[in-house]
Design a protein around this ligand. Structure first.
Ligand code: SF4
Length: 391
């Protein structure tokens, strides 16, 4: 039995074309006995026009459309809930099977609209300041589930309509999960974001954010040249060991070396690494910490993004005071750095990563209180959400 016959046989799982790269789509059509250019046609239908029904793909012959209907599908994950903040931030809770949900957040800012995309269901790295880390790890997202977040968001904004608004101008792989621990699927999805037949987002506007999986970062420049952000959050290894346990394996010096190697491999000069630094009251927000950070980064091409910690129920950390935040920023500016403060967005919808999904599912049974929060969330939001609160 051929691959095609096998796929078409009763009960066989259909191939989801949503997350397939151009190369994989070409291989798919070749296996069907079709020309490779069909891949480009399908990519445009799916990612530029938002069409998921083969019957609507009118420049494809009826026979091929019927054949596709037998062996393939275009299937995005399902939005469980969409939350809109008064400040324009939009959050999607997306069902990914097994009672799990992930989060995708859209943040508008002037003429820019940034979509924060998740790469894993939960996260294994357990950073102490992170709501996602408190949920434990469930699984990697497939490429269709990653690009599906962009597809769903674009659809919700009417971006696929002729002359529809181009709302998503930037994507950051900064949602739930560590993207470099789901390397191949994340690279495939990012390539679709940037592809001219898909969303056509420039490589400077697609950013991968990592907490420091150095071996994978060492390989990244071989397959992509997207922008890079490092979740640093500390000016020295002692503090970072507490905030980002992965630091004990790959300390700051090794991480910065790998990040610089990545940037150096870029064909275009003047690329900078974004340093993310979450300020937590009394932990990493003092003037001496700002001085240490400036010394640490003095020879690294960076821009620094200061993020006030957003408290959540499972963490005892406190939000930085406005005075400490401004003082920290000023020290960095005085040392010649570009240092911006990320304003808190979507507070009314718990837009910080992992906050809301965490209320839906606590995989690690770390808090009885959390279970009660989750039960209250599910009860008050929908009888239909098929979540298992605890495994
Ligand atoms: S900060 Fe990122 S890497 Fe760390 S636990 Fe949260 S999602 Fe994982």
């Amino acid at each position: 039995m051929s691959e095609l016959d096998s796929a078409a046989s009763v009960g066989a799982q259909k191939t989801n074309l949503l997350g397939l790269s151009q190369e994989k789509l070409e291989a798919f059509f070749t296996a069907l006995g079709e020309k490779r250019f069909r891949a480009a046609q399908i990519m445009k239908w799916i990612h530029q026009l938002g069409v998921s029904d083969f019957a609507e793909m009118t420049n494809i012959s009826k026979a091929l459309r019927e054949k596709l209907g037998d062996v393939a599908e275009v299937k995005a994950p399902e939005v469980v809930q969409q939350l809109d903040s008064v400040d324009g931030t939009r959050k999607f809770l997306i069902k990914v099977g097994g009672g799990n949900v992930i989060e995708t957040v859209y943040i508008p800012e002037g003429d820019r609209g940034t979509l924060c995309v998740s790469s894993q269901v939960g996260c294994s790295l357990d950073c102490s300041f992170c709501a996602t880390g408190k949920q434990g790890f469930n699984r990697d997202l497939r490429s269709d589930e990653i690009i599906g977040q962009v597809w769903l968001a674009a659809k919700s904004f009417g971006q696929f309509a002729p002359d529809g608004p181009r709302k998503i101008t930037n994507v950051v792989m900064m949602g739930m999960g560590e993207p470099l621990l789901n390397f191949d699927n994340v690279v495939d999805a990012m390539n679709l974001m940037m592809h001219d037949n898909c969303y056509g987002i420039s490589k400077r506007r697609v950013t991968l954010s990592t907490s420091g999986v150095v071996p994978a970062l060492d390989k990244l420049s071989e397959v992509t040249d997207v922008s890079l952000a490092i979740s640093l959050h500390a000016p020295n290894d002692e503090i970072r060991d507490e905030l980002v346990p992965l630091n004990r394996k790959y300390p700051i010096a090794r991480l910065l070396e790998s990040a610089q190697n990545y940037i150096s491999a870029m064909p275009d000069a003047h690329r900078k690494i974004t340093i993310e630094y979450t300020l937590i009251d009394q932990l990493n927000d003092r003037p001496e910490h700002a001085e240490q950070l400036a010394a640490l980064l003095q020879d690294v091409p960076v821009k620094i993004n200061l993020i006030p910690f957003n408290p959540f129920s499972l963490s005892n950390y406190k939000r930085v005071s406005n005075n400490a935040l401004r003082r920290f920023q000023q020290i960095l500016i005085d040392r010649g750095f570009t240092a911006t403060i990320r304003t808190t967005r979507g507070e009314d919808i718990d837009a910080a990563c992992g906050q809301l999904a965490g209320q839906v599912k606590d995989r690690t049974r770390r808090s009885e209180r959390y279970k009660i929060d989750a039960a209250a969330f599910v009860k008050s939001n929908s009888d239909e959400i098929p979540v298992r609160l605890i495994n």
